[in-house]
Design a protein around this ligand. Structure first.
Ligand SMILES: *Cc1c(COP(=O)(O)O)cnc(C)c1O
Length: 223
């Protein structure tokens, strides 16, 4: 990441590195937290619920208790909104109104601090991989900003399979500019995974979601 920043003259401090711990045990998450990596990501609610609880109990044993932030980065069914709102600091995969309302209602009922939200952009037009089409971003950004339970941070995308990440992230940067023109605080761009983090940094990523490059190869790959 430091090399990727140096290559395009960006300050690494302007980027949040999220360690995606899916498929790895809570003990690995505890190790990362011990190293000062406090932003952790998960892509499946069931796994995240269990890991967040286990990590909390592991950390309770340490003298100084750092508080990690869980970022939910995977596809999210609306019926899971309530569960995710219990442990997540932010959700990167918000792509429809129903989910916005579900998350906001859940945050309201829990009486917790506002949930940070990224609107996921579809860069390949494949609805099965999640994300909203560029033309729908304005309405979704407005819907998020109308709910005081949510805080609109910006946009997120996964580069299309087999496509050119350079081209994909340049389109994401345009989508980000579009959202920012109406919501000047929503400057964040969640982009870049192990295989394409350099291209993401080049195109302004503020939040990298890195799993295997930090933790080693996964045995199974989830979407
Ligand atoms: C798994 C996952 C990542 C991390 O992927 P790596 O290739 O292991 O870095 C990032 N973002 C999302 C949405 C993921 O599902």
């Amino acid at each position: 990441m430091v090399d990727a920043c140096a290559a395009v003259a960006r300050d690494p401090r302007s980027i949040t590195l999220i360690a995606v711990t899916k498929t790895y045990p809570a003990s690995d998450a505890a190790t990362l937290v011990g190293l000062g990596l406090l932003d952790l990501g998960e892509s499946r609610d069931q796994e995240a619920v269990a890991k967040a609880a286990e990590l909390a109990s592991l950390l309770r044993r340490s003298v100084e208790v750092p508080v990690p932030r869980w970022h939910f980065v995977g596809r999210l069914q609306s019926r899971k909104a309530r569960s995710v709102a219990r442990y997540a600091h932010s959700v990167h995969s918000v792509d429809r109104t129903e989910l916005i309302e579900g998350l906001a209602d859940a945050v309201g009922r829990l009486g917790r601090s506002p949930l940070e939200v990224f609107i996921q952009v579809s860069l390949d037009g494949d609805p099965n991989r999640g994300g909203a089409v560029i033309g729908g971003l304005g309405a979704l950004a407005d819907a998020v900003s109308q709910r005081q339970e949510l805080r609109l941070r910006g946009v997120m995308a996964v580069a299309p399979l087999g496509g050119d990440p350079d081209e994909a992230f340049s389109r994401l940067a345009e989508a980000s500019a579009l959202v920012c023109s109406q919501h000047p605080d929503a400057v964040a761009i969640s982009a870049g995974m192990s295989a394409d983090l350099e291209q993401a940094v080049k195109h302004g990523s503020t939040h990298l979601r890195v799993g295997s490059a930090l933790l080693g190869r996964r045995r199974e790959v989830f979407g």
